[in-house]
Design a protein around this ligand. Sequence first.
Ligand code: 4AD
Ligand code: MG
Length: 462
Amino acid sequence: HDNIKDIYTSPERYSGKQVIVCGWIKNNRVGKAFGFIDLNDGSCFRGIQVVLERESILNYDEISKQNIGAALVVSGKIELTPNMKQPFELKAETVHIEGASTPDFPLQNKRHTPEFLREQAYLRPRTNLFRAVFRVRSEAAFAIHQFFHDRGFVYVHTPLITGSDCEGAGEMFRVTTLDLENPPKTVGGQIDWKQDFFGKSTNLTVSGQLEGETFALAFGKIYTFGPTFRAENSNTTRHAAEFWMIEPEIAFADLNDNMNLAWDMIQYIIQYVLKHCPQEIEFFNQFVDRGLKERLCALAASDYEKITYTEAVLLLKSSNAAFQYPVEWGSDLQTEHERFLTEQIFKKPVFVVDYPKEIKSFYMRLNDDGKTVAAMDLLVPGVGEIIGGSQREERLDLLVERMKELSLEEKDYWWYLNLRRYGGTKHAGFGLGFERIIMYLTGVSNIRDVIPYPRTVKNAEF
Ligand code: 4AD
Ligand code: MG
């Protein structure tokens, strides 16, 4: 059969030609003598208008009764309609009802709220909003692979089940084969994890970085792109318990190299999506976020802004804005602070670098001031942090000292520490939250609406 997308690509070539289109009814307006059906096949954002005439369609009455959602196979001829809203229509000759849809089909031909559609997550890809979101998600994923592949990066699949806690925040989902309802024998009141499948306690990964570093010190440039899991008990519009992360890691590189790479990647993704999803972006610009297109185009053509954490704190303090959380050197920037920086002060994305070591992870490289680390967060308007990264501590003694301060056991990280013994070099990397950049690309304001089946606190229905 034919794809609606191909017909849009060159309508003239299809003019008067016989086609077969398979899709789902978006709207059915069939009257006594003739009628119209809007049919979507998913191949592109727009659907096709099918025109039916009673005298030429055998099962006309049956078709007129079909509900939204029904699956049809329509064969007929393409007729160009240059004076109408849609550039062509499909004059039906035969219509086969592949699968009828019952009258309780939950989606009507109108705008539903995102909240309602979350309860219909299994059907929402059939709506305009979600067809647009998930097309952009797919294209952006492809753009990311293309970007890194073109630059010689090796794609590494880091494990999802791991014994280490990369971020040291203890927000991990435990993986176990033990029957916790009939607990196995305990040792000193504690579960003996030696009896578990792996002979130790394991969890779902919060980041592939540590394993990624080992590959960067073999291939020079690598990236990961996969799911990560965090049991953060924060019910916000930008946190999910299961989200996808892209984590490049580059050897013989410092924080500036890291920032340049991150910015090139962001610009590449934006340009790619603007080029390959023009109808989707137009739709978001019209119905979700009026300034979207202008913002994306501006970003794709601009250099990045960078400030230090210390400068950011000074800027926020001197703004005299009424924040819910006070701004103090040494405490983490809250969402309201991040948004103030990007939305009120810079009015564009900004890298914040050199954070106090106390609020960052153990592996980040200590700066010469002894107080801050070579960290970088990329903050963007509307979303906040989309990238977190750093130059890594390559000096074994300093790394060991930092781990002691944080009570991290050397034996749990023996292989990570050995990397500093066997040909260690300065290296750096970052993590891009995939859902966060999809929010930025679409203007969609809730992370639950950019991932097919969101996993958030008390929510794993589908
Ligand atoms: O800043 P994070 O925690 O950094 C790391 O995990 C590093 N190991 C990355 C690295 O250097 N290789 O997370 C990176 C990004 C954040 O900036 C954010 O975009 C996203 O991951 N992220 C989340 N996205 C959705 N839901 C959550 N709960 C997220 N937590 C982090
Ligand atoms: Mg972070």
